[in-house]
Design a protein. Structure first.
Length: 254
């Protein structure tokens, strides 16, 4: 593949696990959720006009960059990975000029930043997206349905991962507020995997075998606030003075 024409540099988790997103284990508890997310993002990218400038911020191994480079002007940036089409760089100081991209992706990234870093990353994404452009974000939701039930019974939410891995774990409502403060306007919101108690435990124990049940739950209970993962599509307003769109409709389903 073209990406192998230059040396690949890995640090952090990629140094330990290699290109693990390219070789998914069907026993991984998040296997069906990850595949559902990829399907959603692929549909979004296929809807874009040829030649659209796209940044995958936190691209990891560049799975989507490699897949869509033939049709889109897509490139990736990641603090722990570098290859021919993925540039090493920080989301807190993106190595691009203002308004360099028509679209940006930030997929399962913000939760890996701490609370102070998250607004800085969103400000950087706002800066590099052209006015009128869009940002597609996916984030795990600390306040998913199973977590809410656990809070009622035990007085605390269930973290989406340990604090070392997800130091910025939040309810999705807080991510919506952070994005609004950065200047983004919410365009669309979708949920993946409503975590119905008991069923969620079964799916996590047999993720590949019960992937059809995972898909069924998402289809029949598509309440974003109940879902483990949320996909949030934002727009940078065409003019800075147009910032501040209402999120009341989104808050209704939190």
């Amino acid at each position: 593949m073209a990406r192998m024409s230059e040396p690949v540099e890995r640090t952090g988790e990629y140094a330990l696990r290699g290109d693990y997103h390219r070789q998914l284990s069907p026993d991984w508890e998040f296997y069906p959720t990850y595949l559902a997310k990829l399907n959603l993002v692929r549909r979004y990218l296929r809807s874009l006009a040829a030649g659209t400038r796209v940044l995958d911020a936190g691209a990891g191994e560049g799975v989507l960059v490699d897949e869509f480079r033939g049709r889109l002007a897509i490139e990736g940036v990641d603090p722990n990975y570098a290859s021919e089409h993925v540039r090493r760089g920080s989301l807190l100081s993106l190595p691009y000029g203002d308004a360099s991209f028509d679209r940006a992706l930030c997929l399962d990234v913000l939760e890996h930043l701490d609370f102070a870093e998250q607004p800085r990353a969103l400000a950087e994404l706002f800066r590099v997206i052209t006015p009128g452009g869009e940002l597609l974000v996916t984030v795990p939701n600390l306040a998913h349905l199973q977590s809410r039930v656990h809070f009622l019974l035990a007085g605390k939410l269930i973290r989406t991962a340990n604090i070392a891995k997800h130091p910025g774990d939040r309810p999705v409502a807080e991510y919506l507020d952070l994005a609004a403060r950065a200047g983004f306007v919410l365009v669309d919101r979708q949920g993946i995997f409503p975590t119905v108690p008991i069923l969620t435990r079964w799916i996590r124990r047999s993720p590949a075998r019960l992937a059809p049940l995972h898909r069924l739950l998402t289809r029949v209970l598509p309440v974003p606030g109940w879902c483990f993962l949320n996909a949030l599509r934002f727009r940078r307003p065409p003019f800075d003075s147009a910032q501040g769109g209402s999120l009341d409709s989104a808050r209704g389903s939190r």
